[in-house]
Design a protein around this ligand. Structure first.
Ligand code: RIB
Ligand code: CA
Length: 312
């Protein structure tokens, strides 16, 4: 039986890649996409979710629009240098989607979906955790009714990507992250500790584009802006970090990842540490809930899995 998943997403170039990866993986049944602000305003991330599904030939999958801003802070607008002015790398995906978002908003959608099938649905957040926190506030029984949460976000032992210590999805709504990581449910954190070790070189991307697969062509088309950003920001010569697709890889092949379990807290103070994941390695200071943290990864294995699925 495939694992039923709800992807909460802010497409976003790597969200686009992750959604295609999930759709091509028979181990996963993508029930719906819920959208959140982050890589762009909510209107644009919702449009991009609809566009992604239409390009993938899967507009049968519902999309529910979610939060336009963090729980208690302001949203400061899209990082266009990373994901382009349209959030999809300005790659010419300009046709407006024919499909529309559902009438139900994301948090309510998540509650209804999970509570209708207790113990069966996995949440896969790939953006700020606002919708998930709101869903928990609407329905606290989600904690027991959700199978597990596998999220891309955070960093435990490596440097951050929006500050010395914080990762973007957590930094974009630290209060929401504190709610989600503080709840007593099964959370797996696929963060920068592993996603920055899974590096897609330009040749690999070129081969996806020339593979003859439509999904491979879509990936090769969406990434050039992201490659340019990586070159400028990290001196990577066009090689990409594999953020959101790594969470999908964990769902399919957890044995590619080395994990540790510790209690964590999120720094919600508005200082230099905002959005930092504070790991209690001794399990002494914050007894109770432990988060599964991906600490290491078989990067070649993840790249091979992604290639195999996208070009299949
Ligand atoms: O830090 C990486 C995360 O933030 C990914 O989800 C990516 O889409 C970016 O916005
Ligand atoms: Ca994302």
């Amino acid at each position: 039986m495939p694992e039923s998943i709800l992807i909460d997403t802010d497409p976003g170039i790597d969200d686009f890649m992750a959604i295609l990866f999930a759709l091509k993986s028979p181990e996963l049944d993508v029930l719906a996409l819920t959208t959140v602000f982050g890589n762009h305003y909510i209107e644009i991330t919702t449009r991009n979710a609809l566009v992604t599904l239409e390009l993938a030939g899967r507009d049968d999958i519902p999309v529910a629009r979610g939060a336009y801003a963090p729980l208690v802070r302001a949203y400061h607008g899209p990082p266009t240098s990373v994901h382009g002015h349209d959030g999809l790398g300005d790659a010419g995906f300009t046709t407006e989607p024919e499909s529309e978002a559902a009438h139900t908003r994301a948090a309510q959608f998540i509650v209804e979906a999970v509570m209708s099938r207790p113990g069966k649905i996995t949440l896969v957040p790939l953006g700020p955790l606002t919708n998930i926190a709101m869903a928990l506030k609407l329905e606290p029984r989600l904690v027991q009714a959700t199978k597990r949460v596998v999220l891309m976000g955070g960093v435990a032992f490596a440097p951050g990507n929006v500050s010395p210590v914080a990762e973007a999805n957590i930094h974009n709504d630290p209060e929401a992250a504190a709610v989600v990581l503080g709840a007593n449910w099964d959370v797996v954190m696929v963060g920068l500790d592993v996603t920055t070790r899974v590096v897609m070189p330009p040749r690999y991307i070129g081969e996806l584009g020339e593979s003859g697969s439509i999904y491979g062509k879509l990936v090769a088309r969406v990434v050039p802006h992201y490659q340019a950003y990586h070159s400028q920001a990290y001196g990577n010569d066009g090689a990409l970090y594999t953020h959101d697709p790594s969470a999908i890889a964990y769902l399919i092949r957890p044995e590619l990842f080395t994990t540790v379990r510790h209690p964590v807290r999120v720094d919600t103070w508005s200082g230099y540490g905002m959005g930092q994941i504070i790991v209690d390695r001794s399990s002494k200071w914050y007894p109770g809930v432990e988060t599964t943290i991906c600490a290491d990864v078989d990067a070649a294995g993840v790249l091979e899995l992604f290639r195999e699925r996208i070009t299949r």
